[in-house]
Design a binder for this molecule. Structure first.
Ligand SMILES: Cc1cc2nc3c(=O)[nH]c(=O)nc-3n(C[C@H](O)[C@H](O)[C@H](O)COP(=O)(O)OP(=O)(O)OC[C@H]3O[C@@H](n4cnc5c(N)ncnc54)[C@H](O)[C@@H]3O)c2cc1C
Ligand code: SF4
Length: 536
């Protein structure tokens, strides 16, 4: 199928790009065909976020969003930042980046569903349930589109009764909007060496639950963030608690994937966090209604790769447009999608002789670039530990005002683990089934589903490494960092082996990032598989 523009991923960045393209075409009376493919069973099914969002990009893209029924119903009324010790909490002053005055607490999944409707009304063709699995190239190496994966290929590579061949979608411009650690983006970055000159991308893992709490514990519009306990001072991370409408509270924990101790389990740190004396009260007598996890790009401006290549562009989290100190990537993802759209529209209709997009130039002149530039040194300063990072960040923010003449560097997350025998063992309390839970009952409420008879989408480059390296040196950390219990070491008479329960995978991409030898390659499973998040 031929289109002017094909976009991979119906998240905030991909849909904003599609909407902007159609708006420009309508304004200037031009025809532009735009197609979006989405691996989730429906738009929003794979969206997991906090989320408190800034409306700056939405105001620019759809100024009339309120009247058009956008699901932004809860304005933030109060911000609290806490430092936790195991028994106590201390209120810290809210730094300017974390001031949420004028922002909204939302289910990003629902915002994305609404954006999908707006896009369709403008004539964008959206195909949910289709994973893009291959990048297509022209003879001269220019990207000419993508192919969606075949459906109905069994475990042994055989065609099953439900076999359906994948489709080739050809385009003049292909936009990758796959979100954090995009699987096709990874290949495009490698093919065109897009990371040359950029710092390594660093990541965090965010684990989230949605709770319905008793009305007297609920304060609509309240936003709480915490640092400190249960993490030690060398591990970057913290929690969020957002009081939405209908007595719902979104609670989550984000941990930097540069953590060093292979015994650490982000899932269990999150469970433990909920038992803090000043936190647990919110959830007692409440009911957990949803669960999920997703990686988050933390490298900031210095980790953004080259965002254009012959035949297309990278937008949103897959490129790394996220403001880490704000813990916000939605407005930045949307803005990057809109700027890519302007540049693509220009290339398709005005400057048709140009071989490359002027997207980078537009980015550099935008508020998005200045916003990311101002905060670029904050996340990397936490390599000096919590207190060192806090001191540096205060100096950078209040004294230098984000204009430091230097840029701090990053490291690769997968190289940070120390051998298990050199790290402190961590014993986590057993789940009580009331406030704290195990992985399997959690995955159950993520509504994750995969066709069982298909090739494993977690590819091992070398089958022996999980035992010969991961187990022997790092005590098999994939058992702990995977928030869905996909990886299990099974002891058998012939020795230990790694069992991969791929059907539980919630597509967070942590294994692709944190595996110490980069032996795990996450590829999209059959389209429509994965979580079905209701309103995350
Ligand atoms: C725990 C957590 C809390 C967060 N809190 C906030 C917050 O409070 N405020 C805020 O502004 N931001 C927050 N963020 C960040 C925000 O969610 C992201 O910045 C934003 O979602 C990025 O949008 P995107 O379109 O780039 O990617 P995504 O939202 O990840 O969308 C990418 C889409 O592409 C699809 N896709 C990927 N690969 C393929 C493929 N090969 N084929 C087809 N489809 C594909 C995915 O299924 C997905 O729907 C948070 C993130 C996390 C993980
Ligand atoms: S298998 Fe990998 S991508 Fe899937 S849930 Fe586990 S860590 Fe995340």
């Amino acid at each position: 199928m031929e289109y002017d523009v094909v976009i991979v991923g119906a998240g905030p960045s991909g849909l904003s790009c599609a909407i902007k393209l159609k708006q420009l075409a309508a304004e200037q009376d031009k025809e532009i065909s735009v197609c979006v493919v989405e691996k989730g069973s429906e738009v929003g099914a794979h969206t997991l976020s906090g989320a408190v969002i800034e409306t700056r990009s939405l105001d620019e893209l759809i100024p009339d969003w309120k009247n058009l029924g956008a699901p932004l119903n809860t304005e933030v009324t109060e911000d609290r930042l806490l430092f936790l010790t195991s028994q106590k909490s201390y209120r810290l002053p809210t730094p300017p980046h974390m001031n949420n005055h004028g922002n909204y607490i939302v289910s990003l999944g629902n915002v994305v569903r609404w954006l999908g409707e707006q896009a369709e009304q403008l004539g964008v063709e959206i195909y949910p349930g289709f994973a893009a699995t291959e990048v297509l190239y022209q003879e001269d190496g220019t990207v000419r589109g993508i192919a969606t994966g075949d459906m109905g290929i069994g475990k042994e590579g055989e065609q099953t009764d439900s076999y359906q061949q994948g489709i080739e979608l050809h385009a003049k411009q292909t936009v990758f909007a796959e979100g954090c650690r995009g699987s096709l983006t990874k290949r495009v970055i490698e093919r065109f060496d897009l990371r040359k000159g950029a710092q390594p991308q660093t990541y965090g893992i965010g684990i989230k639950e949605l709770w319905e709490v008793s009305p007297e514990k609920h304060q609509q519009g309240l936003v709480i963030h915490s640092t400190g306990w249960p993490l030690d001072s060398s591990t970057y991370g913290g929690s969020f608690l957002y009081h939405l409408e209908n007595n719902q509270v979104a609670v989550g924990f984000v941990i930097g994937l540069d953590y060093k101790n292979p015994h650490l389990s982000p899932f269990e740190e999150f469970q433990r966090f909920k038992t803090h004396p000043d936190i647990r009260g919110t959830f007692e007598e409440g009911r957990r209604i949803a669960y999920g996890a997703r990686a988050i790009s933390e490298g900031g401006l210095q980790s953004i790769p080259r965002v254009i290549f012959p035949g297309g562009a990278l937008v949103g989290d897959t490129a790394g447009f996220l403001n880490v100190p704000k813990i916000k990537g939605t407005h930045t993802a949307m803005k990057s999608g809109m700027l890519a759209a302007e540049s693509i529209f220009d290339a398709l209709t005005v400057h048709t002789e140009r071989r490359t997009l002027d997207y980078l130039g537009r980015l550099e002149k935008s508020w998005l670039w200045s916003e990311l530039s101002e905060v670029r040194n904050i996340r990397p300063s936490f390599r000096w530990g919590f207190w060192g990072g806090l001191l540096y960040s205060a100096f950078d923010t209040y004294v230098l005002r984000g204009k430091a003449p230097w840029t701090l560097k990053h490291h690769e997350d997968h190289k940070q683990l120390v051998p298990a025998n050199k790290a402190k063992k961590i014993t986590y309390p057993k789940p009580d089934g009331v406030l704290t839970f195990d992985r399997l009952s959690s995955v159950f409420i993520s509504n994750t589903n995969h066709e069982e008879n298909q090739k494993c989408h977690l590819e091992l480059k070398d089958e022996s490494v999980p035992i010969s390296v991961n187990l022997s040196t790092y005590d098999a950390p994939e058992q702990r960092y995977c928030p869905a219990g996909v990886y299990e070491i099974v002891e058998e008479s012939s020795g230990a082996r790694l069992q991969i329960n791929a059907q539980n995978c919630v597509h967070c991409k942590t294994c692709d990032i944190k595996d110490p030898t980069q032996n795990i390659n996450w590829v999209p499973p059959e389209g429509g598989g994965g979580p079905n998040y209701p309103n995350m």
